[in-house]
Write a protein that binds this ligand. Structure first.
Ligand SMILES: Cc1cc2nc3c(=O)[nH]c(=O)nc-3n(C[C@H](O)[C@H](O)[C@H](O)COP(=O)(O)OP(=O)(O)OC[C@H]3O[C@@H](n4cnc5c(N)ncnc54)[C@H](O)[C@@H]3O)c2cc1C
Length: 388
């Protein structure tokens, strides 16, 4: 496969000169760790103190990483990206909660998104997080194998009902549904529940997608076992394959509680594990559909090579590439230009509610120095090409 990600004219074709400058400025700031720490603390304080900082946040990080405050607000971005063949996944970015009311609010929001995106070719997926639909502690208790109290059992039935309502609606409207992966100590219960949904709604094709976090060394075995069960019960598997976003938390908890960390011993092992999972899915594409959620160029090239060597069409409906909005435009837009299926997560929500998401993006880009360096060098190259 010839390199395709160096083409910055395609990568940034939707960015005006001033948007390019903003992106460059933003990634330069994010690369500076002390600045991110101070900026995060100041922003949190300003929001809590109700200082008028929303306009500033909106004009900088928010507009770079988010689509808008609600679905309608996202449409200009969605439509613009779709002119270049890049689809969107509207991601209502809510965080976990301890009470039940917000869970029903999230359910209503996701159901609304499903109605909103039906028949919109530019938005082929909806998405939610398990802890948007149930308390983290409840998933955790169930995952640990501890018996639930009667009240908790009833609460769990409400969580199951929320999942089922959403999956049924996605199935009825023929919109694929991605269910995000979270911390390993709550994920067992989520996996069991998502499998139940796949058994019900993935009879003909993958509508419901679970997430496989390949920084976990036990995930290949899990995928193979799930595949056996899918063959026996005759349902399709949908899998978003990612590396995983909670590595530090996972390692810290394991060390604190004295159990073996579920995380691979090195980045190299995670990389190999990711590529093994992708290769396994490509070998079994009749049974498993893939959403490869990654900003890693090597993994993306590896998947492109596998598609080519197996004579799989670039736009095979069972294979999607996914990146986050505001990141890795060189991957998304160059893939779409070659006819591959690409969808970018487009977070939306009120500015103060998406702050945790934005702070994570800033911190992630600071700690994964390689990624920021890459973003910056591409932006620099494009500025030079445009002579700005
Ligand atoms: C569309 C999309 C959807 C996503 N959905 C989810 C989701 O549902 N759940 C979720 O958890 N994450 C999700 N992520 C985030 C993802 O898991 C990664 O954190 C992020 O994409 C960075 O990984 P990478 O493959 O892009 O690139 P890279 O930069 O190559 O990989 C970085 C990742 O490698 C792993 N890693 C780094 N150092 C080590 C080490 N020393 N040992 C072992 N492993 C290491 C970590 O997972 C780290 O995040 C999603 C990402 C995208 C693009």
């Amino acid at each position: 496969m010839k390199p395709i990600f160096e083409d910055t004219a395609t990568a940034f074709s939707l960015k005006s000169d001033s948007e390019l400058e903003r992106a460059y400025f933003l990634f330069k700031m994010i690369a500076n760790e002390p600045l991110v720490r101070i900026g995060t603390a100041m922003t949190n304080f300003a929001i809590k103190a109700k200082l008028p900082v929303e306009g500033l946040i909106r004009a900088t990080v928010f507009d770079h990483f988010c689509g808008g405050v609600n679905e309608e607000d996202c449409m200009p971005v969605v439509d613009k990206m779709y002119t270049k063949g890049v689809c969107s996944v509207l991601d209502y970015s809510v965080e976990g909660t301890d009470t039940e009311d917000p869970l029903d609010d999230t359910l209503q929001k996701v159901l609304h998104v499903l109605d909103f995106v039906k028949e919109k070719d530019a938005i082929p997926f909806a998405v939610f997080k398990p802890t948007g639909y149930g308390r983290f502690a409840l998933f955790q208790k169930l995952s640990s194998g501890e018996p639930l109290t009667d009240a908790e059992q009833k609460e769990w039935e409400r969580v199951v009902a929320r999942f089922d309502k959403t999956c049924k609606k996605a199935y009825d409207l023929d919109v694929a549904l991605l269910i995000d992966g979270e911390e390993s100590w709550m994920q067992g219960a989520a996996d069991t529940l998502v499998e139940q949904m796949m058994r019900k709604y993935n009879k003909k094709k993958a509508v419901v997608f679970n997430t496989l976090q390949m920084y976990r060394w036990d995930r290949m075995a899990y995928l193979k076992e799930l595949h056996e069960r899918a063959k026996a019960a005759d349902f399709k598997i949908g899998m978003k394959v990612v590396r995983g976003a909670y590595m530090e938390k996972e390692n810290e908890r394991a060390a604190e509680k004295g159990y073996k960390t579920p995380i691979c011993a090195s980045k190299k092992e995670t990389d190999a594990n990711f590529e093994t999972a992708v290769a396994y899915i490509i070998e079994n594409l009749d049974a498993i559909s893939l959403f490869a959620g990654t900003h890693n160029e090597e993994s993306t090239y590896a998947l492109l090579n596998l598609m080519q060597s197996n004579s799989i069409a670039n736009d095979d409906a069972r294979i999607w590439f996914g990146q986050l909005y505001g990141m890795s435009e060189h991957i998304s837009f160059n893939l779409a230009a070659k006819g591959y299926n690409v969808a970018k997560y487009l977070p939306f929500g009120p500015v103060k509610d998406v702050m945790p998401y934005l702070i994570r993006r800033a911190e992630e880009n600071t700690s994964v120095a390689g990624q920021t360096t890459r973003e910056l060098s591409l932006l620099k190259k494009e500025r030079k090409r445009r002579k700005i």
